[in-house]
Ligand binder design. Structure first.
Ligand SMILES: *Cc1c(COP(=O)(O)O)cnc(C)c1O
Ligand code: SF4
Length: 445
């Protein structure tokens, strides 16, 4: 595939470029200097409708938009680009701005990093009892970058290796001791960016040593079906991947491709449909998830259509997430109330086979919190919530209540409806010393 860096002429064909207004072009350059920008030629050639690019959801998903930066940040970067042609100067300015965009807060990651024999497993996270996340160091990039991605600090080089792991050796040791972990989830970036030779090295140890662990499901979090389905079709090593999937399954391990789809358009090409078929023919499951995003998928019909198509193509709808407060969240955020309205209209309009999906869900410090909707208790309107996942497994599936707040977009905006604290707060503080750190390491796992 053709990877295109920096200037639009590297990303797009001449006819495509000619369709973009001069103003848009310069704002892409300005915003793209601060937030990461990369797009595959499959996305530009097969997904985006250039005749209506300004309203195109996939254009919004992958191309930097002016409003993603606050006006003072935008102007600061634009001025820097005009003032000088010195790359280092541009970089200094963009780094200043990035630091004001709430990249990962200190201390957050350290909370979830497991240890074995006194050594930290820096490229892993074990937050929920059953599932360990693994960040292979070679999978820390993606085929294209989503404009809303909360992992942007790692793509612009602010977060690098700190968060990635080269080997699975220590991890297997850890899993041999921690039999409560039944699932290993490979994530990134996108693990499917790896060539087969590299990917295989991460998987093989699981196939030989899995009996000493209690791993029953291997999950792979990926957006490759939406951004580069040729990974499973025509890339040189496409067939090797499929054979490896079969091998995993032949060992009695469940393989789940956690596919990230944000819009039905991503399911509409012949390439993606064929790639889904090939993966399903190996015996692997495909489960789907996405955040709910303004400008991209903030309509109920989009979700119901997407879920229905996914089921028709033999995929299992899994999660709808609420986007985190990092990077350009002000541009993509919908309120919790809007998210729920969209959610329930979409959910009402599909049959039970699509209702395997759960959401809208916030991945925050205490756990994955689902916004169940608005209820009324003693003539008071309240938000009803519950944990889908909790740092303490005992928190899961207990309903709790927050004050009605039509402006709330994230857990940290919510106040307990009755009493001074949410039921889990004291315990969270004693367990972890901190509460309500808003960002976690997963948006689409
Ligand atoms: C979402 C998530 C998981 C997986 O949770 P499931 O509900 O089992 O899909 C695991 N670890 C972290 C940190 C997560 O955010
Ligand atoms: S959301 Fe996923 S696919 Fe998109 S840029 Fe982020 S890590 Fe990559």
């Amino acid at each position: 595939m053709k990877y295109k860096a920096y200037s639009l002429s590297n990303y797009l064909t001449l006819p495509q470029i000619e369709k973009i207004s001069a103003e848009k072009k310069s704002s892409i350059e300005v915003v793209g200097s601060v937030l990461p920008f990369k797009v595959s030629n499959y996305v530009t050639d097969e997904l985006i409708d250039w005749d209506d690019y300004e309203n195109d959801p996939i254009f919004h998903l992958t191309f930097p938009q002016k409003e993603m930066l606050l006006p003072h940040h935008f102007n600061k970067m634009a001025e820097a680009l005009v003032q000088s042609s010195d790359k280092q100067f541009h970089k200094n300015i963009s780094n200043e701005i990035r630091l004001e965009l709430n990249p990962h807060p200190a201390g957050q990651r350290e909370q979830n990093i497991p240890k074995v024999e006194g050594l930290e497993l820096l490229g892993t996270q074990h937050k929920y009892r059953e599932t360990v996340l693994f960040f292979p160091s070679s999978g820390q990039t993606c085929h294209s970058y989503c404009t809303f991605c909360f992992r942007w600090p790692q793509f612009v080089g602010m977060d690098e290796l700190k968060f990635a792991m080269k080997e699975t050796e220590l991890l297997i040791k850890y899993l041999e001791i921690h039999h409560e972990a039944t699932d290993i989830l490979f994530t990134g970036g996108d693990p499917m960016i790896m060539s087969f030779k590299v990917f295989e090295k991460y998987i093989e140890p699981f196939l030989y040593d899995y009996k000493k662990t209690n791993i029953q499901t291997i999950r792979i979090g990926t957006k490759s079906l939406a951004f580069w389905p040729y990974k499973f079709l025509t890339d040189d090593d496409a067939d090797d991947f499929l054979r490896l999937f079969e091998k995993i399954i032949s060992k009695g391990i469940n393989l789940a491709i956690m596919a990230h789809f944000s819009h039905p358009r991503e399911l509409a090409t012949a390439a993606v449909q064929k790639a889904i078929k090939r993966i399903r023919n190996t015996g692997a499951q495909i489960r789907t998830q996405s955040p709910i995003l303004r400008h991209i998928n903030d309509k109920a019909e989009i979700w119901s259509e997407m879920w229905r198509n996914q089921v028709n193509f033999n995929c299992i709808p899994y999660y709808m997430f609420v986007p985190r407060d990092t990077g350009a969240q002000h541009y993509f955020a919908v309120t919790l109330l809007e998210a729920w309205e969209i959610w329930r209209k979409a959910y009402q309009n599909v049959s039970g086979v699509c209702r395997t999906v759960r959401g809208p869900s916030m991945s925050c410090s205490p756990g994955k919190v689902q916004f169940l909707g608005v209820g009324e208790v003693n003539h008071e309107k309240v938000f009803v919530l519950r944990f889908l996942q909790g740092r303490n497994p005992d928190w899961v599936a207990r309903p709790f209540f927050a004050k009605y707040d039509e402006n709330a977009i994230w857990m940290s905006d919510l106040k307990p409806a009755f009493g001074e604290k949410f039921f889990f707060e004291d315990e969270e503080e004693t367990l972890f010393g901190e509460k309500y750190i808003d960002r976690e390491t997963s948006n689409y796992e």
